[in-house]
Design a protein around this ligand. Structure first.
Ligand SMILES: NC(=O)c1ccc[n+]([C@@H]2O[C@H](COP(=O)([O-])OP(=O)(O)OC[C@H]3O[C@@H](n4cnc5c(N)ncnc54)[C@H](OP(=O)(O)O)[C@@H]3O)[C@@H](O)[C@H]2O)c1
Length: 321
């Protein structure tokens, strides 16, 4: 698989990366250690060299621990990104704490769980409303200067926060939400990153499976599936999204590809996008997703996708968990 530069560093990442949230087992059923480890190991043969995780993926860092188990002595073949600044509070809700001391503690814990003395990329997971973003950035810069991470990134930040962050710390990567149906970053942060040589690695490229083409129109998500809280997965929005997926499937079928491959191929060829962080919990999913990397969509295919998106219209906004 082709490799792309990460910001202005000498680190190179595959445009299809493995998102390691699903293997934490917190939002979907059927996650086993065996499958998770096999999914990570499948990356070696597929040429996927980038794993994206976070301190809060799992109540006790299950995602990072599984990565360590799966990689073993091949750790140096992977570009590992992890993140700090979010945690689970006592009530089991996501909470923000990006004070310098917290970021340092979480980074050091992540390194221990990952069984490594440095990661390639360390992100601020989300800005903390009680801490100026420059203060969080300053601590990440110190962690980089100490060799605990080779590069630094920021996730879930606004344009003003990107600018404030970059004023305090060299910024290699930005990690926003982005997919065919949620393209807000094209208005401001994506152009800014292109102008400043910052890589953009996007999450939810498959919209949590909705754009992967395997969910059926008449599927009812189980009670414990946290996707039920997003309007995209419910009622009229759900039906409209399936109308879109049906049209995407026509384009994918005609090219001998899957819908997931079409969606990822489109994503990683959008100007300024370095990689799609594709969540998977079974080896066949990352195999399928990796198959998008070599597919250069034709102008006719892109035009058909654009028509399908125009017919779909603007979706109801959802925000990440
Ligand atoms: N920075 C942040 O705040 C943030 C937030 C969210 C995510 N992320 C990162 O971005 C990554 C991606 O997000 P995500 O994992 O939530 O969502 P995603 O990549 O949009 O969707 C992943 C889900 O799609 C389904 N899937 C994947 N490949 C498939 C295939 N080939 N065919 C059919 N279904 C397939 C699987 O769902 P089922 O098997 O359950 O159907 C999988 O759990 C995360 O893993 C994480 O690394 C970061």
């Amino acid at each position: 698989m082709e490799l792309r530069p990460l910001g202005n560093t000498d680190i190179r990442v595959s445009p299809v990366a493995l998102g390691c949230w699903p293997i934490a087992g917190m939002t979907s059923s059927g996650v086993t250690d065996e499958n998770s480890i096999a999914t990570i190991r499948a990356c070696f043969d597929l040429g996927v060299n980038h794993l994206d995780t976070a301190h809060m993926y799992g109540l006790a860092g299950e995602s990072e621990r599984l990565i360590a188990r799966a990689l073993g002595d091949r750790r140096d073949e992977m570009v590992i990104a992890t993140k700090g600044g979010l945690h689970w509070d006592a009530a089991g809700k996501q909470a923000r704490d990006a004070r310098p001391a917290t970021l340092r503690r979480q980074c050091e814990e992540s390194l221990r769980r990952l069984g490594t003395d440095r990661v390639e990329l360390y992100y601020l997971h989300a800005p903390d409303p009680n801490v100026p973003v420059g203060e969080s950035a300053g601590e990440l810069r110190r962690l980089m200067d100490e060799g605990k991470t080779r590069a630094v990134g920021a996730s879930n930040v606004t344009l003003a926060q990107l600018e404030a962050f970059a004023a305090e710390c060299p910024l290699a990567a930005y990690q926003p939400l982005y997919n065919m149906l949620q393209r807000d970053i094209e208005a401001d942060t994506l152009p800014w990153c292109r102008e400043h040589g910052v890589s953009v690695l996007v999450y939810w490229p498959l919209l949590k499976g909705l754009l992967a083409g395997r969910l059926r129109r008449d599927d009812v998500l189980p009670e414990n599936d946290n996707r039920r809280k997003y309007p995209m997965f419910l009622g009229r929005e759900w039906q409209k999204n399936h109308d879109l997926v049906d049209k995407l499937r026509e384009v994918a079928d005609a090219a001998g590809h899957t819908v997931a491959q079409l969606v990822i191929a489109w994503t990683i060829r959008q100007p300024g996008i370095t990689a799609a962080l594709c969540g998977a919990k079974r080896p066949e999913q990352i195999r399928d997703n990796a198959g998008a990397a070599g597919w250069a969509l034709t102008p006719e295919q892109v035009a058909a996708i654009d028509r399908a998106l125009a017919e779909r219209g603007t979706p109801e906004v959802v925000s990440p968990a």
